[in-house]
Design a protein around this ligand. Sequence first.
Ligand code: ADP
Length: 599
Amino acid sequence: MSRLTGDKQHYLGVGILGLALMVALLVGVYQMARDHYIDELEEKGRASATLYREILRGWLGRYMALAPIYAHNPEVVRLLRWPDDGVRVDLVNQRLEEWNSASGAADTYILDAEGNTIAASNWAEPYSFVGQNYGYRPYFTDAMQGRLGRYFALGTRSGKRGYYFSFPVRDGRRVTGTVVVKVPVDGIEQELRASPYEVLVSDAAGVIVLAGHPDWRIHNIQQLSDAAVARIAEQRQFGDGDLALVPIDGLDASRATNLVHAVPDRSGAARAEFLHIAEPMTVEEWRLHLMLPTRPARAQALTMVLLVGAVVLLLVLGTVIVWQRRRRLVERLAERERAEARLEQAVTERTADLRQTQAELVQAGKLAALGQMSAALSHEFNQPLAAIRSYAENAGAFLERGRQDRAAENLSRISRLTERMAKLSKHLTTFSRKPKDTLGPVSLDLTLEETLSLLAGRIDRAGVMIERQVPEGLFVRGGQTRLQHVLMNIIGNAIDACGEQDAPCITIHAEAVGSEVVITIQDNGPGIAQGLMDKLFDPFFTTKAAGHGLGLGLSISYNIVRDFGGSISVANGPVTDGGAGARFTVRLQRAVSAVEAAE
Ligand code: ADP
């Protein structure tokens, strides 16, 4: 398997693991957040439940005192004493109608000791209770036993649900009848319906007596016991029909909270999940139920998950980007290092090449110079040789004639001439040797002296005046032969340049400037055309006729001076009497003393 495929598999594995971790994390976060928000929802629900319990208590409390008050009314007491008295009945009917409408009750009526209605606020209505017997209702029994009766039922005549309060009417010590006040549910149910939650109330048996949701009224929240079914039928509490289970899935009346599903009381609303909260009420054994939609809590939990997911994603992304940047940087650095190594290698190779070429050029230049010089030397040697021959012939002739003094004079001339020739040849032997690379202190004035004596013939022929402004005892760092070569080239060129002038003159100046020795060689020739300045030091650049110059002199000199750690430059000098000629400036490192002159 290649490394790349291995890497890919590795990344894939890490990716899958990361994804699984991420999913697990998000699921965990969702569950925690949902539980948290549902807990919050429950708290809110409990607070609302307290409020609704108070509302319901207040609602019934308003009517609770009415029945006892009516029961003490003398007209009521007297009516039960003479129930067949039509005038009294009419009077009490009127009273009940007034009281009923003033209190806002649904119906107010009076039952005799058998449970027959003898007067009612609705005496004039088609559903009038008058003449009806309610002996089967528990509120009647309770009141007849001297207690305040309380009961919830669906009215048999009106078909309307209501809460019944009843109270015994006493005549002396005897209970003669019952006053009943039926409390309507419309108002309170409207209030429940206005709630943002589903609010309902169930009785002890588990039947919904009040509900904001109209479809849920008179339904049971759980399976009713047989005894409860029998009792409800006997009391005709909820009419004649059978009770049905309320359409709320998962409703568990035995638990204080649970999650349920139902279609809420809103037009077009879809089936949704609710948090169901149940709380006991002070009224009888009723229970208050609140159903709060869990959608907002779930949405909040989801938002939380998205937030956490986004943060985790950003973190992961950030890490990946940083990591990739680092990797790219490391790669780039490595690449740069490799490039630098390649460059160094190339530079080393080129330098070696250059050194080789330069050494070859020096040698070639020297050969060329030797060629030039041999022409000059043959002249230099021929002339003294001819002279020697004639002096020798003269000496022979004088000896024959016995003129020994004259012969001696000619011989000493010969001797001087050979001395001069020996000096010349000495220069030639040193010149043709390839110099060692060592650098050391070189005496400038001595080197110049030798150079000028080598060039003496050319200087004489051209009639050039040499002006020397070189102090004694100046040492430069270099090699003597090579320095001589440089001076020879520059001065030789200067001789060529100013030879045509009326008063050819070359000024050679040297002085120490700081750690350097600056040598200037100025001629009064035509100078150098501006366009040629740059090319002067190029190898094989020459303006001289074929056979007179190779164009190597300055190029070789340039390299030699550079080897010495110095520099060479050219300019046209200031205008002097004979005109502004070329001025060569050679800068060399100053050497302190001449320990040993380098070759
Ligand atoms: P060569 O002397 O063989 O021509 P050099 O490299 O010594 O080669 O010189 C190159 C050219 O520089 C010469 O041909 C000449 O044109 C120019 N040159 C050098 N020195 C001078 C000078 N002092 N005045 C004018 N021109 C010069």
